[in-house]
Design a protein around this ligand. Structure first.
Ligand SMILES: Nc1ncnc2c1ncn2[C@@H]1O[C@H](COP(=O)(O)OP(=O)(O)OP(=O)(O)O)[C@@H](O)[C@H]1O
Length: 620
């Protein structure tokens, strides 16, 4: 789950304030690749479209050349109709696993199909919240704590003060994990995305009385089933697809879970930088500490002779054996080797092409070994399984795993970006989702559900509990490697509707770290004449220190980075201010704002209609 704490907040809020949310920034001094859009081609619609001017022009020229004249127009319309149909079908499949709406107060109007929340001890959200708050408290020492602990004399940077009229983010302390954990035990009402979100059907009905004709599958409390692979959310009737608005209703309690033979179902927040595992126990959601007593485990894998390390020990080995220590496997999963050039350069391990797939090559057990990203991810999942099994004293076979949201590009945007990315989807696409499931299988886990990060986040923040009906909330979730933003509308009876989701599976805290690293290396080189960028041990050290500094900058206006052995016995001592950090990363923040803009425009909402912005906090 993503988080950017104070530095993220401070940068985000003013941007939100200063940018018009109906237009995309068209230039940025730091940007080399930030897309700009041409508002002259299709006014209004294009305002949120992220395409390079050259690709737009190319597309238009091709369209004009190929589709000139009346006959051409007919062909164009036909082609667009076909594309649109395919796009809709894929979009439905993509949304399949997005539990976009959640019903939390089912007991008030429960139907025959559903048990009530009060019947289901595992869904007492307040309990999960307090557990999580405790865990945050317990981790203040790591520097990832709550902002209300910040000493009063630590004033925000001058740039913060300049920011007026911003939508004020509220601090949140829960972790998305809480609801991920509940996902196997709550009443979930899946719905098809409206323009980019769900239908209004459920919200009208309060989520409790779905019309049977519109429900493709109902799982009653006596019939808990695996749902992750169901593809029956729409039926084909000849050439015509009849879309069902609701997809699944899953009702389960711990007792019921046992009946199914699943045993305890673990939930894994599989992050680019950190992974967490939890389980529902004794009516409460618990995040399980690892062997070090930490609630989060670095998503790091190390190979040392015959030994395989996962987590903190691997992270430590990053300093001594950077070539055989792997980070960011999530950024490779489900990718092809063509899908390159978007990742941070700081990874020290070797990635090469094997049958079009990126493969990591390491020295292990006396030989050169290739590992697919799903195999690496499986190692992390396997470690989470072991942590859970040691804690529970029983075998774990089933899990719910989070993935970055799957955002379908609006159709018009798809047309205009086709030669840019060729992809219908931002966020995790089908291949990445499938590869994540495969990783689960390799780890000996059946993945019951892939849950979208922003949905999990929204649930965890208790958006449906804590906000008045009618309020609109933005959930801005910047993680280690991915970014998701969702616009939610709170309905009656604790239901919320996801009006839109956007994001970038190539953008996260790692990219921000990367920028700072580059800056520091350049500064060091020009001062000392020594370039350490090829020294993987020095770069690994720098990476760790830069991340720490970034976290400090969330609370303080400046941070000092000191590395005693920074290549060739040299030393690095640099002070980084929050303003510098923000400037170095300004285009990355702008990119996140593009997604915010897109979500708002897709949902037909303006900035003024947004009541609140939620920025996740990070309980390490
Ligand atoms: N207090 C903080 N201030 C700024 N950044 C922070 C803070 N705490 C953590 N981070 C950054 O947040 C990122 C990790 O967040 P998180 O654990 O939510 O992501 P993840 O789940 O590993 O990644 P993703 O969800 O993208 O796969 C890292 O880049 C980390 O440096």
């Amino acid at each position: 789950m993503g988080t950017f704490s104070a530095s993220g907040i401070s940068t985000f809020a003013p941007t939100l304030a200063s940018n018009s949310l109906t237009t995309v920034p068209t230039s940025n001094p730091m940007t080399t690749t930030t897309p700009t859009s041409s508002a002259t081609v299709v006014p209004g619609a294009i305002a949120t479209i992220s395409v390079t001017p050259s690709s737009t022009r190319k597309t238009i020229v091709v369209v004009e050349a190929v589709f000139g004249g009346i006959g051409g127009t007919f062909i164009l319309v036909l082609t667009l109709a076909c594309c649109y149909k395919k796009w809709r079908a894929r979009r439905r499949r993509c949304n399949e696993e997005d539990p976009a709406m959640v019903e939390e107060k089912a007991h008030s109007r429960s139907s025959d199909l559903m048990t009530t929340v009060s019947d289901t001890p595992g869904v007492v959200l307040r309990d999960s919240k307090s557990t999580l708050e405790e865990s945050v408290e317990g981790n203040e020492a790591c520097g990832h704590g709550r902002n209300d602990q910040i000493p009063e004399n630590e004033q925000p940077s001058p740039s913060d003060r300049r920011r007026k009229n911003a939508i004020q983010p509220r601090e949140v302390y829960e972790h998305p994990m809480s609801m991920v954990l509940s996902s196997s035990n709550l009443h979930f009402l899946y719905s098809e995305g409206g323009r980019n979100g769900p239908s209004s059907h459920l919200s009208e009905s309060g989520g409790l009385q779905p019309e049977p004709s519109r429900v493709s599958k109902v799982v009653s409390n006596a019939d808990v089933e695996e749902v992750s692979d169901s593809n029956d959310s729409f039926v084909e009737a000849g050439d015509c697809e009849v879309e069902t608005e609701e997809r699944e209703i899953v009702v389960s309690s711990p007792a019921e879970a046992e009946e199914t033979g699943h045993g305890a179902i673990i939930s894994v927040d599989l992050g680019t930088s950190y992974t967490r595992v939890g389980v529902l126990k004794g009516g409460k959601i618990e995040i399980i500490p690892n062997e070090f007593g930490d609630l989060v485990t670095p998503s790091c894998i190390g190979f040392n002779g015959d030994e395989r390390l996962v987590g903190k020990s691997a992270q430590k080995a990053l300093l001594t054996n950077p070539e055989t220590t792997l980070i960011n496997a999530k950024r490779l999963i489900g990718r092809t080797t063509d899908d390159k050039g978007k990742e941070p350069e700081s990874s020290s391990f070797r990635v090469h092409n094997k049958n079009g797939k990126p493969v990591v090559n390491v020295q292990y057990r006396g030989g050169n070994k290739d590992f697919l990203p799903e195999e690496l991810t499986a190692m992390i999942l396997s470690s989470m399984k072991e942590i859970a099994e040691a804690y529970l004293g029983e075998k774990v076979t089933h899990a719910v795993v989070t993935v970055p949201a799957c955002e379908f590009l609006p159709f018009i945007q798809l047309i205009l970006t086709i030669d840019n990315s060729g992809s219908m989807i931002r966020g995790f696409n089908d291949a990445q989702r499938q590869a994540t499931k495969d990783a689960g299988t390799i780890a000996g886990l059946t993945i019951l559900r892939l849950m979208n990060d922003p949905t999990a986040a929204a649930l965890a923040y208790g958006v449906h509990q804590n906000n008045a009906p009618g309020s609109k909330i933005i959930v801005y979730d910047l993680g280690g490697g991915t970014f998701d933003v969702s616009l939610l509308s709170v309905k009656e009876d604790g239901v919320f509707e996801v009006l839109g989701t956007a994001g970038d599976a190539h953008l996260g805290g790692e990219d921000f770290d990367e920028r700072v690293m580059r800056y520091l290396v350049e500064a060091h080189t020009s001062r000392t004449g020594r370039d350490v960028s090829d020294d993987s041990a020095a770069m690994s050290r720098l990476k760790m220190e830069v991340e720490k500094a970034k976290v400090i900058l969330s609370r303080k206006p400046s941070a000092t980075i000191k590395i005693e052995d920074f290549g060739d016995g040299g030393r690095l001592v640099e002070t980084l201010t929050r303003d510098q950090f923000e400037e170095l990363n300004s285009d990355l923040f702008d990119q996140t704002m593009n997604s915010v803009n897109r979500v708002l425009v897709d949902a037909g909402t303006t900035k003024d209609e947004v009541d609140e912005v939620r920025l996740p906090k990070y309980p390490v």
